[in-house]
Design a protein around this ligand. Structure first.
Ligand code: UDP
Ligand code: MG
Length: 308
């Protein structure tokens, strides 16, 4: 096999996009020999059959199919493990990542000597207003909380050298947050600005809830600062309560003042209760991840494969 470029494409219910993206890639990468690794992430539609059909027709297509939906991060991991070439591209199946920039990405590595080239959205056109607002806030928050910088608008569309792929594969964590992992491993990164594109077929599989979960993942996987928050906030509140207690004692003993104090009591109880629950929740997020990691479960199971 002579290819030097593999393209890893996670696909979940993308039956109509498989052929489209292949045609697009073929059109844009005329002079480059490439291989596509589709990872069917337990789709419920004909995604795998379409991959299989395509792999029967063309030598440079192979496919893996998971035993169930394990999530995009697991699919990317499987694709990276499967790849053997010197350069690897990771991109979505829905044509939101324009294949037309791949030659430019390759030049970034081959001619300019970068290790990773990734794209950055300049606008969030075609995305619901509320969602783009939330995601801007998310990047602000995560960058304030974490030492690993994650660039707003950076997409899960990148090309990297074998060395980077191998480094990424060395991180064996169960909860994978690609955007953080690719930034954490370091290396020289080049950003190419692209316009955002609307999904061509099907619909985005992210629900509002899954985005919230993803955001929590991003923060908790790359920062332990929220834990410190709980400690610091708890200390401040305890100190203030202690001062208040002294004041109350002085009032009772020295001034002989007996206050009914229902409102202040209830306020303090509710406030402290809230803070405690929050702190417990934060700790719980970390413990649950430790728990999952300790179990050392596999990230996915491959049920079927096709192509070479
Ligand atoms: N995807 C996946 N498993 C999932 C969800 C999504 O492999 O559980 C794939 C999906 O097929 C697509 C890519 O991940 O190729 C990005 O998904 P989507 O377009 O839904 O996300 P968005 O572009 O809205 O961030
Ligand atoms: Mg998409």
């Amino acid at each position: 096999m002579s290819e030097i470029l593999s393209i890893v494409i996670p696909a979940y219910n993308e039956e109509n996009n498989i052929n489209l993206i292949y045609q697009e890639l073929k059109k844009e990468l005329k002079e480059i020999e490439f291989k596509i690794i589709f990872v069917d992430d337990g789709s419920h539609d004909n995604t795998y059959n379409n991959i299989k059909e395509l792999s029967g027709k063309y030598d440079n297509i192979s496919g893996l199919s998971f035993s169930r939906n394990f999530g995009k991060e697991a699919a990317i991991l499987a694709g990276l493990k499967e790849s053997k070439t010197e350069l690897v591209v990771v991109m979505d199946a829905d044509l939101q990542h324009p294949p037309v920039v791949i030659p430019e990405m390759i030049r970034g590595i081959v001619e300019e000597g970068y290790d990773i080239v990734t794209t950055r959205r300049t606008s969030r056109k075609g995305e619901p207003y509320f969602r783009s607002l939330m995601s801007k806030r998310f990047y602000k928050l995560i960058n304030r909380l974490s030492d690993t910088k994650i660039i707003d608008g950076a997409q899960d569309f990148r090309i990297m050298t074998r060395q980077v792929v191998d480094s990424v594969l060395e991180l064996d964590e169960y909860h994978r947050f690609s955007k953080g992992i690719f930034s954490w491993v370091g290396y020289d990164v080049k950003y190419i600005e692209v316009d955002s594109y609307k999904r061509i077929e099907g619909k985005s599989s992210w629900s509002f809830w899954s985005l919230i979960k993803y955001a929590i993942e991003g923060v908790v996987s790359f920062s332990t600062r929220p834990l410190r928050f709980a400690t610091i906030f708890g200390s401040i509140v305890s100190l203030l309560s202690f001062l208040y207690l002294i004041q109350v004692i002085i009032e009772v003993i020295i001034l002989g003042k007996i206050t009914p104090g229902y409102t202040s009591t209830i306020a303090v109880v509710l406030f402290l209760g809230g803070i405690q629950l929050l702190a417990l929740g934060i700790i719980g997020e970390y413990i649950s991840r430790t728990y999952m990691q300790v179990k050392k479960r596999p990230h996915y199971f491959i049920k079927k494969r096709c192509g070479k």
